[in-house]
Write a protein of this length. Structure first.
Lengths: 258, 377
């Protein structure tokens, strides 16, 4: 029996199909989010993996920034609740979740049973989010996916402002014109994101185990900067980018049982 | 349309176009209108002078002119109030009273004098040491100054008796509003978050006696209905204000009822009556000395959290939403202390940033929805 979760984010669409609320049987990620063909492509991709159709899905729960606009779902649930559910399924010992997505950063506090106790989100500002890294990668003329690897080669971390993407951009340009190695600048950029997000996480109160999810969790440079900043090790689940969709699929299963 | 809907509609018209209400009032009565800035003005003196006090609490407008006077980190209420003033929206007012209750309000008075000279500015400063006799004497002298200014504007003396009579009108209004929030708590299916706010806020633009009568009529109709069970969650809103139609609708969409509030624009205005006595200005000054639970009234004992916890227990509140006015220092100072007391009482809280210029509420939607899920899932 299949249930499906769809997480329509600001920059990517993610989907997961779960069998009997226990086994993940299909996963898809398309790098275009709300308002694009991304959600439709994601669904198509999932269905083709299992050679099934919409009628084979018992319940579908949608989450993410584009959840209000998606009409084919049985229910919509906020991404924070879905991430909580999805991460707790993958890492039952989790007590703190740090989620850095395309345009927001969130920290969630869970109890031992996986219930969401408290959460904080960034305000209306791109600093400390995936968008911040996108902007920086563009000026540095590197791919976002290369950032983690490049920062590992850094010998000296450069200080970059964590308050504002626009200010940080001009700081990076001035470092570049001073011939500072790109690796060191990237390392500084990662530290800047980590400072911003860890101060957010400290507001909910960080407890181990700490799990990081969202697209930015794939950047090893940000993860190690975060570990340094909070003084704890961070678990990155294998399916870090799709925990929202996974949670939605699990909620869909619960919905079906009602 | 039944009586309840007709009254809601009447109140909604008042809050949708206060400028028109002021114009009509002036044409019909030939009386003057005085603007009252947040948070607390001695409206009773204005009422006693036979003028109409109206609340000035900003609004959603593009900020173009106000930025000449205010830095970007001034709260949006003050930014929009000044913007309206500079654009001439308040030109029908004979004067405004601006109490210097926070750093931004202090600057506001000075900005007003320069930027909006066509609408007279009446200064008012509340004492920090509000409980000692010297503080009461001082505030009395401030109110005497306000009274003198209003006498100059109105051209006639305002008697002690007239102010005492107005205090009775206002105390009756306060009592009625306290009853209203109780009725609203019992009928969340009828009084949605938006309607609750509409009823309270319309009082800022109507003569208080008339508003009292209208609210009483509304309550009389509502209590005829059977009390229905509320299946959603019950929240208490705290902060300076939460009057955005979009924001309040998000609570409703997520099956949350505003069962109580600790908002400066709402319950804090009518939590306490003006005490009894003979000397009207002394009574008004003592009112400030008994005032509790507001970030603007200096309180070394910090009783606000306790007051809220009592309310939470009394009304069975599931969660508290801090509607934090962006850049409001007094509220930000109180927040960590109050939050801790509430969470220690086992009640979850949500931090929601309020900005009157905010046109996109999607982030707030996600937060409110998650909070609703946190309380129910």
């Amino acid at each position: 029996m299949y249930t499906m979760g769809l997480d329509i984010g600001s920059t990517a669409s993610k989907g997961v199909i779960v069998e009997n609320g226990k086994k993940i049987v299909a996963v898809a990620t398309i790098p275009s989010g709300t308002g694009t063909a991304g959600p439709t492509k994601t669904v198509k991709e999932l269905f083709s993996q299992l050679s099934i159709e919409r009628k084979d899905i018992e319940k579908l729960v949608v989450t993410g920034y584009g959840r209000m606009k998606y009409t084919d779902a049985d229910k919509q649930i906020s991404e924070l609740s879905c991430h909580t559910k999805g991460v707790h399924f993958l890492v039952p010992t989790v007590r703190t979740i740090i989620d850095i997505g395309g345009q927001d950063a969130k920290a969630l506090k869970l109890d031992a049973q996986g219930k969401l106790l408290n959460f904080v989100m960034n305000d209306k500002c791109a600093a400390g989010t995936g968008r911040f890294l996108d902007v920086m990668a563009k000026i540095l003329e590197v791919q976002v996916s290369e950032l983690g690897e490049l920062s590992a080669k850094s010998t000296q971390e450069i200080s970059i402002s964590s308050t504002c993407t626009v200010f940080a951009e001009s700081e990076v340009i001035s470092h570049l014109s001073n011939d500072i190695p790109v690796e060191d600048i990237i390392s500084g950029i990662h530290a800047s994101v980590a400072k911003r997000v860890s101060s957010l996480a400290k507001r909910v109160g960080i407890q181990e185990d700490v799990v990081m999810v969202g697209g930015v969790a794939q950047n090893s440079g940000v993860v190690s900067a975060m570990e340094k900043s909070i003084g704890m090790s961070i678990i990155i689940p294998e399916l870090a980018q799709v925990t929202g969709a996974l949670g939605a699929a699990l909620y869909a299963f619960e919905e079906m049982k009602k | 349309m039944n009586t309840i809907e007709a009254i809601f509609e009447q109140m909604n018209e008042v809050i949708c176009d206060p400028g028109l209400i002021v114009k009509k009032y002036k044409e019909e009565t030939r009386k003057k209108v005085i603007g009252c800035f947040p948070v607390y003005c001695p409206e009773e003196i204005i009422h006693a002078a036979g003028m109409l006090p109206v609340g000035i609490w900003g609004g959603q407008t593009d900020l173009e002119l106000a930025k000449q006077y205010f830095p970007a980190f001034a709260c949006s209420i003050m930014q929009s109030c000044l913007e309206y003033g500079l654009k001439g929206t308040y030109n029908d007012l004979s004067a405004v009273i601006i109490p210097g209750m926070c750093d931004t309000l202090i600057c506001m008075g000075q900005n007003w004098k320069v930027g909006v000279p066509q609408v007279e500015y009446i200064a008012l400063v509340h004492p920090q040491n509000r409980k000692i006799q010297a503080g009461i004497n001082y505030l009395k002298s401030e109110y005497a100054h306000v009274k003198k200014k209003l006498e100059e504007i109105g051209g006639s003396e305002i008697s002690n008796e007239a102010i005492n009579n107005s205090i009775e009108v206002y105390n009756a209004h306060r009592k009625t509003m306290r009853e209203f929030v109780e009725v609203a708590a019992n009928y969340p299916n009828v009084i949605t978050p938006l309607k609750r706010n509409t009823v309270i806020r319309s009082g800022y633009f109507m003569e208080k006696g008339k508003h009292t009568a209208l609210v009483k009529e509304l309550m009389a109709e509502i209590v005829k209905k059977p009390v229905e069970k509320w299946n959603g969650k019950k929240v208490l809103l705290s902060g300076i204000l939460a009057d955005s139609k979009e924001l309040l609708s998000i609570f409703e969409e997520n099956n949350m009822a505003v069962i109580a509030d600790d908002l400066a624009q709402e319950t804090r205005q009518f939590r306490y009556d003006v005490p009894q006595g003979k000397d009207a200005l002394d009574r008004l000054a003592r009112h400030w000395s008994i005032f509790e639970g507001c970030s603007l009234s200096y309180d070394p004992e910090k009783k606000r959290g306790g007051i809220m916890v009592d309310e939470i227990k009394k009304k069975g509140i599931d969660g508290v939403v801090f509607c934090m006015m962006k850049f409001c220092d007094p509220e930000e100072y109180d927040y960590p202390l109050v939050k801790k007391e509430i969470e220690d009482a086992g009640v979850p809280t949500l931090y929601l940033e309020i900005d009157q210029q905010m046109e996109n509420n999607e982030q707030a939607r996600t937060r409110i929805q998650t909070f609703a899920e946190m309380l129910s899932l």
